[in-house]
Ligand binder design. Structure first.
Ligand code: AHG
Ligand code: MN
Ligand code: MN
Length: 338
């Protein structure tokens, strides 16, 4: 539902705290710091060819992907912004092999922050929407110190999750486990303004998002689903489907939150030993949390993503998310095949 009153992110968080008591001070600080870091990343993104932000570095990351300059910039901005506040114990990122523990010179908090600093890296140089995805966990137990194990919690335990999309508008989407709110960056005042809350993903859709070039590598249930969509009005679904694939998960998920749809990055035969391309802890979990909070669904084709027990920090997962009825259909096709 669009809002007409101008409510800033700070006011929203304060009111959430007052009305629902769901945001401890440390979590509020964390969200505000992440949102501020996203503003800095947005500024870097916007510089484009005028700043030293396009192109690749010489490095490759733990996933074996070439690291883009903006992947590193965004990673550094997020770390620098979050280190000193006393709200975090440690951070984990797509661009870091292992966890980053808050240095001794700062107080340690009880939260853990995970992020994909720059999602949609292949779109940076071509000026197409990209984003930042983040997930917040609470350190369970009171043991001193923090280790990778502390991060291996099922997604349903997330205290908050969000993403920022750097597109024609810069939009921050947030859930604290109490529905989904959207904030648009007002560049004149530099503040995040609440522009939607109680976001709901329509249950049905006629739009799917998948990288069709991988068709020959998919498993039967995914082929069956897409094949039925492609048959349109004349096929078993009795309606024509449209296709979109931005190749930035943030942008595809944002479209789905706005007008419905289904997004899939399934397992495929190119890398048969890996469960999928996307990463569970800082891509699939936060997006699944947001989509569920908006009334949608998210599975790996078989199980609810938020119930998966992670085993490794950079674990991958097959992803099916979006409009509830379509996700349930794809999941049922996998069950039939089994
Ligand atoms: P990242 O840029 O963080 O590595 O993530 C890219 C992901 C995701 O955003 C997108 O949906 C998918 O990779 C695109 O993959 P293809 O290039 O295989 O279509
Ligand atoms: Mn990504
Ligand atoms: Mn990334």
């Amino acid at each position: 539902m669009p809002t007409t009153r101008r409510i800033s992110l700070t006011q929203y968080l304060v009111e959430q705290q007052r009305e629902h008591g769901r945001i401890p001070g440390e979590l509020r600080l964390l969200i505000e710091v992440v949102a501020r870091a996203c503003k800095r990343i947005a500024i870097a993104v916007n510089k484009g060819a005028l700043g030293d932000v396009l192109g690749s570095t010489e490095q490759s990351n733990v996933q074996g992907e070439i690291v883009k300059k903006l992947d590193l910039i965004a990673n550094e901005v997020l770390i620098e912004a979050n280190e000193w506040g006393g709200h975090l114990a440690a951070m984990a990122s797509e661009e870091m092999d292992s966890i980053h523990v808050v240095p001794n010179r700062y107080p340690q908090g009880e939260y853990l922050l995970l992020f994909d600093p720059l999602d949609g890296s292949s779109n940076i140089d071509v000026n197409v929407s990209i984003g930042t995805i983040f997930s917040v966990l609470r350190k369970v137990g009171h043991a001193r110190g923090v280790s990778e194990e502390d991060f291996l919690q099922p997604g349903r335990q997330q205290a908050a999750a969000g993403y920022c999309v750097y597109g024609p508008q810069t939009t921050l989407v947030l859930t604290l486990g109490n529905g989904v709110a959207m904030f648009t960056l007002d560049r004149e005042t530099g503040s995040w303004v609440l522009t939607a809350q109680g976001v709901q993903v329509p249950e049905d859709t006629k739009e799917f998002a998948i990288n069709m070039s991988n068709l020959r590598h998919w498993d039967m249930p995914v082929r069956r689903y897409i094949d039925e969509c492609l048959q349109g009005k004349e096929g078993p679904r009795g309606k024509d489907f449209n296709m979109r694939w931005v190749a930035s998960m943030v942008a595809d998920v944002h479209r789905i939150l706005t007008r419905g749809g289904i997004f899939m990055y399934p397992w495929d035969k190119r890398e048969p030993d890996k469960p999928g391309k996307l990463r569970l802890l800082y891509e699939a979990n936060p997006m699944a949390f947001i989509v569920e909070q908006a009334g949608g669904a998210a599975t790996n084709g078989r199980e609810r993503i938020l119930d998966l027990q992670p085993r490794k920090l950079h674990e991958r997962v097959s992803v099916v998310l979006g409009s509830r009825n379509e996700v349930e259909r794809v999941t049922a096709y996998h069950r039939d095949a089994a």
